[in-house]
Write a protein that binds this ligand. Structure first.
Ligand SMILES: Cc1cc2nc3c(=O)[nH]c(=O)nc-3n(C[C@H](O)[C@H](O)[C@H](O)COP(=O)(O)OP(=O)(O)OC[C@H]3O[C@@H](n4cnc5c(N)ncnc54)[C@H](O)[C@@H]3O)c2cc1C
Length: 479
């Protein structure tokens, strides 16, 4: 056994160093990228993480942190080989109801955090569709979002404290159980969304809010996707503010059809899923009815029970899992544009798909202008898909948007960062990276552009996996 493995075992114990065949689990995320690695280490405390990081610094070994591996941009794929640091043993969770806070180990599953808050009448709002599998540490690293982020905000809006292990093995305790603070630099904000490139988050403190007692949910159908997009703009500019406003196009509806409750199995070109919440049931229903009226559409249906509402959301959340199980490569766009540009953006990618004969199943956190057109393709089609995916990035940026609203840049989108942020801003990112990680050991080959942002970016991915060839699917990420 190599010296490195022996020294890792001495830190975390022999049972918590993974090697051999079991390493396969740590080679990939929910995309088609994969990479071999030396070892996976599963530390059980911040002190153990610090000791592992010090060893990596001493030996020049690169280190990639992994939550649940549900990332959609190759973030936890160990492209620098080296070691993967799995956070699955960081599962401690305390709900501090008196202070409306939760203290969670980085490996706590997002949905478990919210479920524990619910027992106290509280809510942790950021709700990625992957909430049954993804970890709070992964959510912090990617600044994840979900349907209810329209009204309640993203992960970054809830993080008030972090424990972070830096690249030299020192430990930084940031923030605390405070809802306000105006004293000094907001260092914590640097780590939220930095995708494991600046430090390793071991513990998170998040704010909680009182859980709304009532929800009302409806689906509205449209003859064209453009009409649905116009309705999004109409609602948001009307003075109403829904709790969630999601768009699902025909191709996506076909995929989730069997999961929708009876009566909601739509064959429309697009539907909008709208929800309002609050503590006054009558008001909630009234507001929903007013919004549905404004939204027009060819028909609509309001969920008549909690079971129907849950059924609709379960089907919506199944979408990503169904894509993963299709045994195709999936490239999920995650663009966002300003509210006023939503119809234009929807029109552009819809036309692009039609013109090129490519089916683009699409779900969207439409109220946030955040659209997820998904490319499904076999290995030999990537040269065809790459220019189309690049065009969507370019269109989003041209309309004042972003190439990644909630998934991060990882490996798959990093080369396009320059298009959105420009070289000056990225120069400052590099300076920050050099301050926090001068050896460049933390999650190498992620976030920072390495190749030209052109039509061949998917062809050039270094960690292209053998998923299709080996017949392995990624449905194991399903909840
Ligand atoms: C079916 C499906 C649906 C999804 N739906 C959504 C959605 O609605 N919204 C959304 O935002 N995302 C969604 N995602 C993407 C994914 O779930 C999120 O990006 C999530 O935050 C990743 O969490 P994870 O624990 O799986 O992290 P991983 O995938 O393991 O890692 C993601 C990134 O975070 C870093 N990281 C992980 N843990 C830590 C840590 N403790 N410290 C420092 N860095 C760390 C990794 O290095 C990597 O760069 C979906 C994914 C799937 C498969």
């Amino acid at each position: 056994m190599s010296d490195l493995l022996e020294r890792l075992q001495a830190i975390v114990g022999p049972d918590h160093v993974v090697s051999g065949e079991a390493l396969e689990e740590y080679t990939h995320d929910a995309t088609f990228l994969e990479s071999p690695l030396e070892a996976a280490v599963l530390p059980g405390s911040t002190e153990e993480v610090a000791a592992v990081v010090k060893l990596c610094a001493e030996t020049g070994t690169s280190l990639t942190t992994r939550g649940a591996g549900s990332g959609l941009v190759g973030g936890p794929v160990p492209l620098g080989r080296g070691i993967v640091l799995g956070m699955e043993r960081f599962r401690h969770l305390e709900i501090d109801a008196a202070n409306l806070m939760a203290v969670a180990g980085a490996g706590v599953v997002t949905g478990d955090l919210d479920a524990a808050a619910a027992e106290h009448g509280l809510m942790y709002p950021p709700d990625p569709a992957s909430l049954a599998i993804s970890t709070i540490g992964g959510n912090v690293a990617c600044n994840s979002g979900g349907p209810h982020c329209l009204k309640y905000g993203l992960t970054a809006d809830y993080v008030v404290g972090l424990t972070v292990v830096l690249a030299d093995g020192s430990v930084l305790n940031l923030g605390g159980k405070l809802r306000k603070r105006s004293s000094g630099y907001r260092l914590m904000a640097l780590f939220v969304g930095s995708e494991g490139t600046l430090g390793i988050v071991t513990e998170v403190i998040v704010k909680l809010i009182p859980r709304p007692r009532h929800q009302a949910t409806a689906m509205v159908g449209y003859d064209t996707i453009e009409a649905a997009a116009e309705a999004v703009r109409t609602v948001l500019q009307s003075g109403h503010f829904p709790a969630a406003l999601e768009l699902i196009n025909r191709e996506a509806l076909e995929l989730i059809r069997d999961h929708l409750p009876a009566g909601f199995k739509s064959g429309h070109e697009a539907v909008l899923l709208i929800e309002q919440d609050g503590n006054d049931q009558e008001q909630v229903l009234l507001q929903l009815a007013e919004m549905v009226e404004l939204m027009g559409g060819v028909d609509n249906r309001v969920a008549q029970s909690g079971a129907e509402r849950d059924g609709i959301w379960r089907a919506r959340r199944q979408f990503g899992h169904i894509l993963m199980a299709l045994r195709k490569n999936v490239f999920s766009e995650d663009i966002a544009v300003p509210i006023s540009k939503i119809p234009e953006m929807v029109h552009r990618f819809h036309e692009l798909g039609l013109k090129n004969g490519v089916s683009l199943p699409t779900v969207a956190h439409a109220g946030d202008g955040n659209l997820h057109p998904a490319f499904l393709f076999d290995d030999d089609q990537r040269h065809l898909i790459s220019p189309l995916a690049a065009q969507i990035f370019r269109d989003a940026v041209e309309l004042g948007g972003t190439i990644s609203a909630e998934h991060g840049l990882g490996a798959l989108k990093r080369d396009f960062a320059i298009l959105e942020h420009g070289s000056e801003a990225i120069g400052w990112w590099r300076r920050l990276k050099d301050v926090f990680d001068p050896q460049g050991l933390l999650n190498p080959h992620k976030v920072f552009p390495e190749q030209p942002a052109d039509d061949h970016f998917l062809d050039r991915q270094p960690g292209w996996g053998k998923k299709l060839a080996s017949g392995r699917d990624r449905s194991e990420v399903s909840a």
